[in-house]
Design a protein around this ligand. Structure first.
Ligand code: 6R9
Length: 637
């Protein structure tokens, strides 16, 4: 494994100091072990203000897949790169060595080329968690296309928005998908989306479930047919350091998800550096990141990080509770997983079942446990530590975002402190600060504020696709000179960071981000609805649940039947616009919303009601109609 690696607490402090005092030297050393067709002219360029553009390793030329695959062939050709565990435990699992993965990626890249995809084109992927999804992602990187993976759970309308925003010319999908007991006919969802996507010329369909699909002649082709006559080698396309690698859409405060853009060299170094250091990866590790490749965690720690490090990554098609709540633990024993990286929501959903499901498995292969996506509560942390880690595996609570490319604040397993409900210390290269509302830095420990990052790091978001101004406004304008995270945090008495949660209008449901405005727009699509307001509230399993207050044309329904009909229509509107994952947990039909005289909805009040804090609503005197509040409190769900 490559060089820059922190192994002791003393080394952590020394590395951290060097990364701040001489970042050029630090990040040049981290980049050294990779294969470069041409080395960089400058390590760091640009800054956070006023343009909000950083560059890393500018002038360099490389190919990420050369570094994920070819570079390992000499020593690791027969080592497992991917272990695949299907949804149904009765279906046989499969494995790919580095040599086999290399060959498959080359073949897929050749299929893309044969189907008219060129360097710089955008390729949208709506594919279940199967090895060919990882292969397809890498194939894009191999031939220089920009991949845009859309989680195969989003609706046709959400796919269409993402395809159109990126003007993707090619879509990769499959016939169908099994997720737990659910079956999703993904190809027909794509067909529906493509009715409004003029840019798409080609659809490549992976055969997975064997379900019948409609193939549109001239547009749709089967992957298994296309791959028959292509070469098994494909020269990696030389890419400039700052060429886009991928787009990944994520929700913000506004109604429209934004396409976060990451580029080649900086993302590569950051994915590799953070993966090896946070998890303290060793040669024989089997790493299982349970996140779907449709989310950033799946990109960085399911695919790129592990392959850059030459490790073995496990891809799982299923869900934690299917066919039983023992599935995760069964898979860990079956494949001798050493590093297990999951989300608090998964842990909480399993805690709700008997602990016997865990105790039935030895879990003796485990070495490191990770958590990501939302704050992990103390109870879940201790359950994870005691029953899964048996008190002998360090837990890394990793804070980061789609925009940061990789882990920013986390323990380094077994090295820096791991304390329940604390993400911990920043990684070398990361300079977190807490800001006051006016943008001044809060000094010292035992303090709370807005979490921002001073100084660029290699994995920072470069732009939002097609709209750089949006990236500038969202991340670099609120506090000039800083990257603004949207999270609030506390620095405890020992300097460890504790992430409190979003301070903007973003709700984190089971570790997935949704903008309140995005859900409101979806609800407002229902014919019944005049206006809506959505807030988050604490949810035992999901972390946050979605609470929707909705005003309907005919006022508040008076019969149960009307009520059900209206709620069903609201749910249907959300499922159609975004997908089942954004379905409101609670819907309260109201006759009015608490608005100020200037017409602004006072969300603070709606949040309090949703949380059940109806005694502490604060000042309501500035409201246009304070009586609305009494009605809302009385009708609380
Ligand atoms: C990687 C990922 C980012 C938001 C982030 C924060 C929350 C992520 C966390 C955490 C507390 C952690 N978040 N990890 N909060 N502790 N360890 O999840 O990216 O989907 O973009 O979400 O998730 O609120 O701002 P993304």
């Amino acid at each position: 494994m490559s060089a820059v690696r922190t192994r002791t607490l003393e080394e952590y402090h020394a590395d951290y100091q060097q990364s701040v005092e001489d970042p050029d030297a630090f990040w040049a050393a981290a980049a050294e072990p990779f294969t470069w067709y041409k080395k960089w002219d400058t390590v760091r360029g640009g800054d956070f203000s006023p343009g909000g553009t950083s560059t890393w390793y500018a002038g360099a030329q490389l190919n990420l897949t050369e570094n994920c695959l070819d570079r390992h062939l000499e020593q690791r050709a027969n080592k497992l790169a991917i272990i695949y565990e299907p949804n149904d435990p009765k279906t046989r699992h499969s494995r790919l060595t580095y040599r086999e993965l290399h060959e498959q990626v080359c073949q897929f890249a050749n299929v893309l080329k044969k189907n008219g995809v060129r360097k710089g084109d955008r390729v949208a992927l709506y594919v279940p968690m199967v090895p060919l999804l990882a292969v397809a992602v890498l194939a894009c990187a191999r031939m220089g296309a920009v991949h845009s993976v859309v989680f195969a759970g989003f609706s046709a309308s959400a796919i269409a928005d993402r395809i159109n925003d990126a003007e993707a010319t090619c879509v990769i999908t499959a016939d169908g998908l099994n997720r737990g007991a659910k079956q999703i006919p993904v190809k027909s969802v794509v067909d529906e989306a493509l009715a409004s996507c003029p840019s798409v010329q080609r659809v490549i369909v992976i055969e997975h479930t064997g379900w019948p699909v409609d193939m549109q002649p001239g547009r749709d082709v089967w992957y298994h047919e296309e791959v028959q006559d292509v070469e098994k080698t494909c020269a990696p396309e030389p890419m400039a350091a700052e060429d886009p690698l991928f787009i990944l859409y994520t929700s913000g405060s506004t109604g429209k998800p934004k396409g976060v853009v990451h580029t080649q060299a900086g993302y590569m170094v950051w994915a590799d550096y953070t993966f090896r250091n946070v998890f303290q990866v060793e040669e024989n590790d089997v790493h299982w990141c349970t996140a779907d490749i449709g989310w950033v965690t799946g990109h960085t720690y399911g695919v790129y990080g592990p392959l850059l490090a030459g490790a073995t990554t496990l891809l799982f098609e299923g869900v934690p509770t299917y066919p039983s709540p023992g599935r995760f633990w069964e898979v860990i024993d079956k494949h001798h997983v050493t590093i297990f990286y999951t989300a608090p929501t998964a842990i909480r959903s399993l805690m709700a079942h008997s602990v016997d499901h865990v105790l039935a498995y030895s879990l003796s292969s485990l070495r490191v446990l990770g958590s990501v996506g939302e704050p992990i509560n103390e109870e879940a942390w201790h359950w994870y530590d005691q029953h899964v880690g048996k008190g002998r595996c360090p837990i890394v609570d990793t804070w980061w975002q789609t925009e940061t490319g990789g882990i920013m604040i986390s323990a380094l397993a077994g090295i820096t402190p791991s304390v329940p409900a604390r993400a911990g210390l920043p990684l070398p290269g990361v300079q977190p600060v807490l800001l006051n509302q006016d943008g001044s830095e809060i000094e010292g420990n035992d303090q709370e504020g807005y979490l921002a990052i001073k100084a660029s790091w290699p994995g920072v978001i470069r732009t939002t696709w097609g709209d750089h101004e949006r990236a500038r406004q969202t991340y670099f304008t609120p506090y000039p000179g800083y990257y603004f995270t949207g999270d609030g945090a506390r620095r405890d008495e020992n300097g460890l960071y504790r992430i409190i949660g979003r301070v903007d209008d973003v709700i984190n449901v089971s570790g997935h981000r949704f903008g309140t405005a995005e859900i409101e727009n979806a609800i407002n699509q229902s014919d019944y609805v005049v206006e809506s307001a959505v807030v988050g509230y604490p949810h035992d399993v999901k972390g946050q649940g979605i609470y929707a207050y909705v005003i309907c044309h005919n006022g508040v329904p008076t019969t149960d039947l009307d009520n059900q009909r209206t709620e069903a229509s609201i749910v249907e509107a959300v499922v159609a616009a975004i997908g089942r994952i954004a379905k409101p947990d609670k819907i309260q039909l109201v006759s009015g919303l608490p608005k100020t005289r200037s017409g602004k909805i006072m969300r603070r009040i709606l949040r309090k009601v949703a949380e059940g804090e109806t005694q502490a609503l604060g000042d309501t005197t500035t409201l246009l109609d304070p009586a609305v509040v009494d009605e809302i409190v009385a009708g609380r769900k």
